[in-house]
Design a binder for this molecule. Sequence first.
Ligand SMILES: Cc1cc2nc3c(=O)[nH]c(=O)nc-3n(C[C@H](O)[C@H](O)[C@H](O)COP(=O)(O)O)c2cc1C
Length: 211
Amino acid sequence: MNDPARTGRTNEPAFDAAFRAQLHSLFAWRRDVRRFRPDPLGEGIVERLVQAASLAPAVGLIQPWRFVTVDSSVRRGAIIASFKRMAIDTLARNVRTDLGTVLHLELAALREAPVHLAAFCDLSTTEVSPTMLEVATAMAVNTLWLDAHAYGIGVGWISMLEPDALTQALDVPKDWRYVGYFCIGYPADEPTEVQHEFETQEETAAQILRR
Ligand SMILES: Cc1cc2nc3c(=O)[nH]c(=O)nc-3n(C[C@H](O)[C@H](O)[C@H](O)COP(=O)(O)O)c2cc1C
C-alpha cells in the first residue's frame, strides 16, 4: 500500500519527477533518422517494437494497425524504384534548394537500413470512420518510434512512395491502406538537438486558440 513505487490506487507504477524528466527527454531527443549502420537488429526486436506500438489507443479498442517487414530484396527493389520515380518527379517541380540532399539521404536510408517496415491500416472494420483508423495507426507508429529511440534504435519515415505500387509490391490484403514506410536500424550519427518551432511556452501559446 505504501510502496513508493506504486500510486496506491492500483497496480499502476508511480511516475515520479525523475521519470517525467526522462520521458520529456525521450520526446525531445527522438529523431527522424536518415543514416543507418548496416548492423542487424537483434532477434525479436522488431516484434518487441510492434508490441509497444500495440499499446497505443484505438477507437473501440480496435487495433487497426498492420505492420509488414520487408525482407525480400526484390520487394525492397520495387519500393526503391517507386521512391526514385517520385523523387525525380518532385525534383523537377520543386525549387527547395536542400531537397536533393534530403532525397539523397532518404535513398541511402532505403539502401542501408537493416529493417524496412511498412505500416498499414486495416479498413475492413466498416463501422468506424477510416480517418479514425488511420489516426490510430499513426499513434501506434509514434509509440513504436519513441520505444525504438529509448533503445537507441533509429526510425526514418519515408513518405515519398506511390501507395498503389507499394501495396502491390508488398502483396497485402485489399482492405489495407498504406500509412507509412519506415527505415529502422542503429543510427550512424550522434543525435542532434533540434529546435522545434513551438518549443518555448510563448511559442506553444501561439499554437492554442482559445474560445
Ligand atoms: C507523417 C510524416 C511523414 C514524414 N515523411 C518524411 C519523409 O518522407 N522524409 C523524411 O526525411 N522525413 C519524413 N518525416 C520526418 C520529419 O521530416 C521529421 O519528423 C521532422 O523533420 C522533425 O524532425 P525530428 O523527427 O528529427 O524531430 C515525416 C514525419 C511524419 C510525421
